[in-house]
Ligand binder design. Structure first.
Ligand code: HEM
Ligand SMILES: [Cu+2]
Length: 554
């Protein structure tokens, strides 16, 4: 009891709020710029090519697509996540960062990296899409910039570990508060996961873009990339889960159903998210089938904590709905605070995520993957996951977080609520059309409006993609407007500024078994599984490296 009562007492200092706020500012600007290209792509599909008017600023569909993927999937997410983890660490542990300067160094490193990568991106010298597969070759500043963004996020992560360590010393035997635990676990997972692209960039792409070597090995590079690429999706998702498990129940007027189940799910995500990367390489000729099969099976292992999450989050929401007077099989759903834009954003994010999960299991299935691989189905899938489950949840979080760090009130909460619904409607139309197009064989990463081979059967779906994209554009602009007006609005009375929502667990967190709050065994287990699942293949691919693909500058 005293722990949760205390927790409400310490507010972030002005400096701490500003520090979190800077992360959010970069994140939201990235989302606003990056998201402008999505609708352009979607409109292009039905023949409305607006890129011609952007020339010479944006020189091609692919330059726009690269900016879209990098700014949305890499920049918006990473900056938001690190900022949010800063807040959950400080607020959860109820103490300042132990080494705030270290965290500042990390943040500045991230910003320097972003600016460095922005130059070639804007100059059309890094039009290599956000997966930067060689032999596509970008200017070195792009690779170095990305590396700095990642290294900066590592440094911020060290700041969180040191803070947790200091807290543990002062609180022996106490369970770490869930929101701090979840954010820090995610940073640990990220540090393991990003070893893949760190090695890829330092040993292959940078030497090649500097001209020290003149060819590369695309197969090995892809293996490194997907070592990072799959856990990347859990890096995006876990902060949304921190909110769904640890905050949303409070916002909905209830409690977390089970602190133990929440932590168990997080640990399983840590252990299983890295050793599954070959499920992105089912069609790669250089990876033996047996390894693809092993990673496919492990991928199904990730479905288990996802089901745990669905169960625990829905149970927490049901508890809240019934406490609010909802009755019957579905009455509790209606009783949830649907007028609250932050809650509704996260509920709608969760609903669309169920469908994203279904298409994800389809992707993971070896034989079905052969049908959908590299088709429009895939972006259809991940606009339900990263672009909705994650993005719409982050938007929902920002509806209280931006007011909290700026000391303002949310500008026009009703507009925010409408924005969230517009996103939902636009995304239902857009993603459904993309999935269908994929099943009909439409390729991804293709300006379909120009493709000479489009059969009539695709036209209706291409049009639906454009309509969904246009609706999403309206939503993005509404979101940017709400955020801007909130940030520049007048200071609010302190009692009108939202509090950080922290949900208590129905079974007190202190009763969670100690092994669910101990990093060591889980980190060791993760390392062992990663070595088993990747070691032999990496050994073979590295020892048989053949640098025979010369760079292609798009
Ligand atoms: C504003 C609404 C959005 C629309 C209308 C939209 C539309 C699209 C379309 C049509 C494509 C496929 C282009 C192609 O394959 O040729 C695409 C790709 C992509 N989108 Fe979005 N998008 C939106 C928002 C987002 C958000 C919020 C994220 C992530 C947070 C995101 C991440 C991506 C990624 C990673 C790709 C793949 C890029 C690639 O293939 O290299 N999108 N988007
Ligand atoms: Cu994956």
């Amino acid at each position: 009891m005293t722990i949760s009562a205390d927790r409400q007492t310490r507010q972030l200092t002005t400096q701490e709020k500003k520090f979190v706020g800077w992360h959010l500012l970069v994140a939201i600007i990235a989302l606003m710029v990056g998201s402008l290209f999505g609708p352009l792509q979607a409109l292009e599909f039905s023949g409305l090519n607006l890129y011609q008017y952007l020339d010479p600023v944006i020189q091609s569909y692919y330059q726009g697509l690269t900016l879209h993927g990098v700014l949305n999937a890499l920049v918006w997410t990473t900056f938001f996540i690190v900022g949010f983890a800063t807040l959950t660490t400080i607020k959860g542990l109820n103490r300042p960062l132990s080494h705030p300067r270290l965290n500042w160094v990390g943040f500045i490193t991230m910003v320097v990296g972003l600016l460095m990568a922005a130059v070639p991106l804007l100059a059309n010298a890094a039009t290599v899409l956000y997966t930067f597969y060689p032999p596509l070759e970008a200017n070195w500043a792009f690779y170095l910039g990305l590396t700095l963004v990642v290294v900066g996020s590592w440094i911020e992560g060290y700041g969180f570990y040191l803070t947790l360590h200091a807290w543990r010393k002062d609180n022996p035997g106490v369970r770490s508060p869930f929101i701090a635990f979840g954010g820090i676990l995610n940073m640990a997972m990220w540090q393991i996961a990003t070893l893949g692209i760190a090695v890829e960039i330092l040993t292959m792409l940078l030497p090649y873009s500097f001209g020290w070597i003149d060819a590369t090995d695309p197969q090995l590079a892809r293996t490194y990339f997907w070592f990072t690429g799959h856990p990347l999706v859990y890096f995006w998702l876990l902060p949304a889960y921190v909110s769904w498990y640890g905050m949303l129940p409070k916002q909905a007027g209830g409690k977390l159903f089970s602190d133990s189940l929440a932590r168990l799910a997080f640990w399983i995500f840590l252990v299983t998210s890295v050793p599954v990367g070959f499920h992105h390489q089912y069609v790669d000729p250089g990876v033996p089938v047996a390894w693809k099969w092993i990673h496919a099976v492990l991928t199904y292992g990730v479905a288990f904590p996802s089901l745990l999450t669905a169960f625990t989050v829905i149970a927490s929401l049901e508890y809240a709905g019934r406490k609010r007077g909802g009755t019957g099989l579905v009455g509790w759903i209606r009783a949830l605070p649907w007028k609250d834009a932050s809650v509704t954003a996260q509920l709608l994010a969760g609903i669309l995520f169920l469908f994203g999960g279904i298409s994800g299991i389809t992707n993971a299935s070896y034989n079905l993957n052969l049908i959908v691989h590299n088709t429009a189905w895939v972006p259809g899938h991940f606009h339900l996951t990263v672009a909705t489950a994650v993005t719409l949840s982050f938007m929902g979080i920002s509806f209280w977080l931006v007011p909290y760090v700026t000391g303002k009130q949310l500008y026009k909460p009703r507009l925010a609520l409408i924005q969230v619904w517009v996103w939902f409607v636009g995304m239902v139309i857009f993603s459904n059309a993309m999935h269908v197009l994929g099943l009909l064989g439409a390729p991804r990463r293709t300006p379909l409006g120009e493709a000479p081979y489009v059969p009539d059967a695709w036209n209706g779906h291409l049009l639906r993609t454009s309509i969904g994209g246009a609706i999403l554009l309206v939503s993005v602009l509404m979101y940017g407007w709400v955020m801007l007006k909130t940030a520049i609005g007048p200071k609010a009375n302190p009692e009108d500024v939202p509090e950080v929502p922290i949900a208590e667990s129905i079974v007190p967190a202190q009763q969670t078994p100690a092994w669910l709050d101990n990093f060591k065994p889980w980190l060791i287990g993760t390392a062992v599984l990663v070595v088993l699942a990747y070691g032999p293949q990496l050994f073979i691919q590295i020892s048989e490296i053949s640098l025979n693909a010369p760079g292609v500058t798009p």
